[in-house]
Design a binder for this molecule. Sequence first.
Ligand code: FAD
Length: 290
Amino acid sequence: MNVQDGMPLARLTTMGTGGPAAAFAKPTTLAELGRALAWAAERDLPVTTVGLGSNLLGADEGVEELVLKLAGELASVRADGETLVAGGGATNAVCLHHARAAGLGGFEFACAIPGTAGGGVRMNAGAYGSDWSEILVRARVVSAEGDAWLTPAELGLSYRHSELRPGEVVAEVEYRLVPRPPDEIKRAVADLVARRKATQPTNKRTFGSVFKNPDHELGAGRMLEACGLKGHAIGGAMISPMHANFIENAGGATTADALALMAEARRRAREQFGVELEHEVRLLGAISVT
Ligand SMILES: Cc1cc2nc3c(=O)[nH]c(=O)nc-3n(C[C@H](O)[C@H](O)[C@H](O)COP(=O)(O)OP(=O)(O)OC[C@H]3O[C@@H](n4cnc5c(N)ncnc54)[C@H](O)[C@@H]3O)c2cc1C
């Protein structure tokens, strides 16, 4: 396994912004992952694992960290009875493909979530009334300190939240699914994808939902729309004209542009609705949302 310098975070995130990572590696086995974590620990370098970078904004200045992207065995998928076993780096699309081929349903809700198994656990990602906590049996979490299989309760999964700490890598997961004919799964997925395309900017560079839905009758998107923010732009970043809880890279955006838009959105929601919006997107590097 090679450790590379200077991999641009822009190449590791769906938003396409962010500067270089001090070190970058793609472990393909548990042994390689262990060596990468030991390598970082010897140098006192923090470790972050990225999936598809679909809920991630990286600092324009880059990060003094070892950034890992799981590949090979750590991104493989197989069905074992009614259990789907996936590497932490396996994409949701590949998991869904294997589930359908094995006649296993229950993962359809993730068809429009462009992430990986590890990112799904970290975020307790969800859609259409389901989330990871409902299908996850257990996840194998590896860090410089050890290796343990944890249940959803032990992972502390709640709305778009887990208790995973920096440096903890989801290396493998087991999903408990249920028998369902492949054709039914195909139809259900087509329906969900069509619904998604009708309401969200699926063909733009974004990082998914910017803010968590607040405890309010309006979701974050409707609230920001009511603030008149649809289409509002700073630099190359623009609040999606289709759905106000998305920020698009409309061309040449930087992470700083996106953060400035997020600060403006928070200010307007506070002034107009008295609501403190909490960001859902994960931040990588020395950046924050004001
Ligand atoms: C168009 C679009 C639509 C989306 N729709 C939804 C939706 O409907 N519902 C929803 O919940 N989300 C949605 N998202 C957001 C995003 O896809 C999910 O949060 C997804 O689960 C993130 O997975 P990822 O692998 O890309 O993680 P990343 O974005 O790469 O990382 C997110 C966090 O997970 C951590 N992480 C990633 N992999 C691992 C690992 N193996 N071990 C430990 N930590 C890890 C990262 O360090 C980071 O903190 C959407 C995003 C886009 C761009």
